[in-house]
Design a protein around this ligand. Structure first.
Ligand SMILES: Cc1cc2nc3c(=O)[nH]c(=O)nc-3n(C[C@H](O)[C@H](O)[C@H](O)COP(=O)(O)O)c2cc1C
Length: 160
């Protein structure tokens, strides 16, 4: 069965809460989902899955150092993740604090790996964002993100 991996960092729980709802979205489609804190994720985990969703708090307008370090280590498998589906989400402390640039920075790494990232014409265009503890509307977008990634993973699996 195709599998989606959610890798995230979270110090005070907000990004983790988002990750849980993203996972619910994936699971609601019937796909297997693995949710792991970045510290517990191995580079081999990346190879085994069909979709990878990255989540981070916003630290000084970009991703947490823990996520950046993991992404830098993923150069070990540069070229091996091509064609997998990717997506990103981020938590921030306030509007205008850089939460969207964090999503875009995470997304750049997915694109550099040759992964496929789907935008959203209606809700969170680049990936899901939340300010502080995710409210009902942020949770709805998190669930949708998981569903969208899983649906694309399924479509690509059927086509191959
Ligand atoms: C070192 C540090 C830097 C931060 N920098 C920003 C920032 O630039 N912009 C912002 O909106 N929030 C910033 N925040 C707030 C966090 O992004 C926010 O509290 C987030 O929800 C924390 O996620 P977590 O609960 O998953 O750890 C910062 C927090 C810390 C600890």
């Amino acid at each position: 069965m195709p599998t989606v991996l959610i890798v995230y960092h979270s110090k005070t729980g907000n990004t983790e809460e988002m990750a849980k709802v993203v996972a619910e979205g994936v699971a609601s489609t019937g796909l297997k989902v693995i949710r792991k804190k970045v510290q517990k994720t191995t580079l081999n985990d990346l190879l085994k899955v069909d979709g990878i969703i990255l989540g981070s708090p916003t630290y000084y307008g970009t991703m947490a150092a823990e996520m950046k370090a993991f992404i830098d280590r993923s150069v070990k498998y540069h070229g091996k993740l091509e064609g997998k589906v990717g997506a990103a989400f981020a938590s921030g402390g306030g509007l205008g604090g850089g939460v969207e640039t964090t999503v875009l920075d995470l997304t750049k790494s997915l694109l550099i790996h040759g992964m496929i990232v789907q935008g959203d014409p209606w809700g969170s265009h680049y990936g899901t964002v939340s300010i502080g503890k995710p409210n009902a509307s942020a949770k709805k977008e998190c669930k949708k993100l998981g569903e969208k990634v899983a649906t694309l993973v399924k479509r690509l699996a059927q086509a191959s």
